[in-house]
Ligand binder design. Sequence first.
Ligand SMILES: Cc1ncc(COP(=O)(O)O)c(C=O)c1O
Length: 467
Amino acid sequence: MLPSLYIEAATHFSAMKHTLSCASERLYSTHVNPQWVNLLNVLEMNEQYERCEGCELFTTSGRHILDFLSGYCVHNAGHNHPAIVHALKDELDHRGPAMLQSHVPELAGELARELVERAGGKLERVFFANSGSEGVETAIKFSRAHTRRTGLLYAAGGFHGLTCGALSLMSEPFWRDGFGPMLQGTQPVPFGSFEALERELVTRRYAAFIVEPIQSEAGIRVPTAEYLPAAQELCRRYGTLFVLDEVQTGMYRTGPFLAAHHFEVEPDMVILAKALSGGLIPVGAVLMSEAVSSSVYNSLHRALIHTSTFGENGLAMRAGLATLTVMEDERLGQRASILGEELRRGLIEALEPYEMVTAVRGVGMLSGIEFAAPRNLKLRLAFEAFHRIHPAMFSQVLVMRLFRDHGILTQVCGNNFMVLKVAPPLVVTSEQTGEFVDAIRSVVAVAHESGTFWSEALGLARRALNW
Ligand SMILES: Cc1ncc(COP(=O)(O)O)c(C=O)c1O
């Protein structure tokens, strides 16, 4: 009797949860963004999550998913790390001053000191913002104020955010089209080329060269050891500030605190966001030299010349301090280096037999698997047909299959659809990376061996057209 009652109650409860999730999805569709819901449905990735811990996501339908995306490098410390959650609860219980805009926020000073101590070099001051884009906007304004120049150089293919200033540093028409004119005087240069950089710098028109030390959305592009030191030296020579966007690569993602530390450079500014507050509170931080900061806050009159209402809020600052403690206590940087290497070795070995896999690359726990069109004629015809429908079709079928058949969440790089991004939280275990290697091997094998993969692509194309 008891078990049947139990089953009935459980069935009722799960039906109730399903109804609730349908209702909340309808609300989201009606009042927020229906196309996001449609896209998740097309990709068969529309799950409701009831609990997320470490690398693991648990859905209301009872599925267990491994997160190999980390919200695009937000969850370096793992989802809902107990120590960070505890620090936030504590901050709320404390009932301290929040957003008075009329006092000195102590925690902002503490977090700033911790950040500049770890970053080193000439970075001594911090401006706190609420997002990566807002950090990039800050870097644009501060570099213009400091140099009294207006031009801005950036590396082609990079991703810097979708506010107008940040978007002016991204050349892909997809992101810009339809949004009107962007900032004047911005100029892309090829990532990795000192010659192209010098040709522009020599004009002395540029306030800053803004670049990701390792380009993430461009396809996990790791520069040569010489590129960033040479770029910095050229910037110095021509009076341009050297600014690193470490929104994805910072916070121990690639091993050290900053990816800059791999290359022994001393940037004038570094932009952090995403993982800085443990993935729980919006945050952004621009680390800069005293000279750059002082050229903006240069008189009493200008004490508030650049501010952001929520920028130094206590919750973000407490979360940032707790996140740094967690990452160091758990040696997550070292872990990222060791397990990241192990993961890439496993991927290279597992994917070696498959001709469509052309590279596995990365640093620390930021890796990419690059694919290319197959040489085999039958596969090539299918690949090209789907590529013409949408260049991301092939990789989205990979992502979909990893998610649906293997319970693994990934995505392709936003500016390079032929590279699958592999970026789990830094608390990932060897067993979990092993699971990922087995899963991707099996999906890639299907793409090379059977028509099922391509009929799946056809289904995806049909769903996309019907929506
Ligand atoms: C390298 C980089 N810079 C800046 C941004 C913008 O950050 P946000 O989305 O927090 O505005 C992103 C976002 O993905 C990013 O990857």
